[in-house]
Design a protein around this ligand. Structure first.
Ligand SMILES: Cc1cc2nc3c(=O)[nH]c(=O)nc-3n(C[C@H](O)[C@H](O)[C@H](O)COP(=O)(O)OP(=O)(O)OC[C@H]3O[C@@H](n4cnc5c(N)ncnc54)[C@H](O)[C@@H]3O)c2cc1C
Length: 397
């Protein structure tokens, strides 16, 4: 079999893998890194119809997409800045509101169509000579070769070719094949909930506001996209989610409008509903031998504050900075991978912990707890300093 040697192999060309490939390729302009990207799916095709799934991205993520020349190309149908956030609790009547203006920010973040964004990233990859992309390709084997040579290499067997490199990056999502092959274990915990995603039209304007309502059965987030259109993530206990998925479109629209206290008026579905199981999963280590993990392959969290992909972009920022330092000669150097793990693991775990804590805080239904929760939210709404800190976290600073 033919062997091709590159500097870095990336498995997975989703939002994180494709952004990482381009970011790494852009680092050494005079001697660009040779990168191979292996993606199981077909390359994405121009669809031009907005998807039901958007991600709320903060500053780190949008700065990276901007540097890669993708943000400006998304256009208003696929990228919408939002300036306000309004959160309320159905059970305690607590409310919280944030606005970019009161915290001297131009926007709180952007709602980005993740499929369209991945498509544009893949198109940039095609235009980058130092990246070879293998779509529709499933890796069959991972082999480590750390004989006596100074620089260790690993091999990935794909179709009828062997790819070899000192570093292989797993960006292949929560079920990561590469993570499993490298025998990196995770602590996996199901929330026993699903997140139902759909695109909707509302009677009243969303006012460039991200709306989030905590119900007994889980939160609903309304992510504003085009005029009077939003993408929803309705997280609900599995039984309730299955029930919601079984409803007719009209029944679902009515239930949704009612659950939102009719704040945005009549609702109509613009897309199919898709349900995703919600889990918390953290890799016990972010690297093993020549394999390093980024994005959902390293950590998966509850989407209630829209932070999952944002953490993945922070992984990219950290890893690119470490690998592109002038004195780096061996990408498999364990001190580099340890540095990356030190930089990212604790932050990702803390965010996961916060999401779990919020999830539990909003599940408690004892009357005294509800009163405390309502007082807490309303009190917090008046604490400018704490709110500024929360805004900085949420906007990905
Ligand atoms: C309902 C919901 C709402 C969310 N909302 C937000 C939000 O508002 N903001 C936010 O920041 N995050 C959000 N997230 C999280 C976000 O979607 C993920 O963190 C992000 O998509 C992870 O990107 P990734 O590239 O790491 O993984 P993925 O998107 O899973 O991409 C993995 C890629 O690897 C490929 N692949 C898989 N296996 C293989 C293999 N064996 N070989 C080759 N290729 C392979 C796949 O085809 C895919 O292209 C949400 C998540 C959910 C479930």
């Amino acid at each position: 079999m033919d062997t091709k040697h590159v500097d870095i192999i990336i498995v997975g060309a989703g939002l994180i893998g494709a952004s990482l490939a381009l970011s790494l390729a852009n680092t050494k302009k005079n001697k660009p890194l040779k990168i191979a990207v292996v993606e199981r799916a077909e390359p994405l095709r121009d669809n031009l119809i907005p998807n039901q799934r958007v991600v709320a991205l903060g500053k780190t993520a949008t700065n990276i997409l901007d540097e890669l020349g993708v943000l400006a190309k998304l256009g208003s149908s696929f990228c919408n800045p939002y300036e306000h956030m309004f959160v309320w609790d159905e059970c305690s009547h607590g409310e919280l509101s944030f606005s970019a203006q009161e915290h001297h920010l131009p926007v709180l973040g952007h709602m980005i169509d993740s499929t369209q964004c991945s498509l544009l990233l893949q198109q940039e990859i095609e235009k980058t000579p130092s990246i070879s992309a293998y779509y529709n390709t499933t890796a069959q084997a991972l082999k480590f070769d750390d004989q006596s040579s100074k620089s260790r290499v690993a091999q990935l067997h794909v179709s009828n070719q062997i790819l070899s490199a000192p570093l292989i990056i797993a960006a292949d999502g929560a079920q990561s094949w590469l993570r499993q092959k490298a025998k990196i274990f995770t602590n996996h915990r199901s929330y026993q909930q699903s997140g139902i995603v759909a695109r909707i039209q509302t009677e009243h304007s969303h006012k460039d506001t991200a709306w989030q309502c905590f119900l007994k059965t889980g939160p609903i987030a309304l992510l504003p996209v085009e005029k009077n259109q939003s993408s929803i993530v309705w997280s609900a206990d599995t039984v309730k989610a299955n029930y919601l998925m079984s409803l007719s479109d009209r029944e679902f629209e009515l239930q949704l409008s009612q659950a939102l206290g009719n704040k945005l008026g009549e609702i109509s579905l613009l897309s199919k509903r898709v349900a995703f199981p919600l889990v918390s999963q953290q890799a016990e280590s972010y690297f093993k031998r020549n394999v390093v993990l980024v994005g959902d392959a390293a950590h998966t969290i509850h989407p209630l504050a829209g932070q999952g992909a944002n953490l993945g972009f922070k992984d990219i920022q950290a890893l690119v900075k470490i690998l592109s330092a002038d004195n780096v000669i061996d990408f498999s150097d364990v001190t580099l991978l340890e540095r990356y793990q030190r930089k990212r693991k604790a932050d990702n775990q803390q965010t996961d912990f916060m999401m779990s804590a919020l999830h539990h805080i909003y599940r408690g239904q004892l009357p005294a707890w509800l009163t405390l929760r309502g007082l807490g939210m309303n009190g917090l709404n008046r604490l400018d300093l704490l709110k500024s800190w929360l805004v900085a976290q949420a906007s990905g600073a």
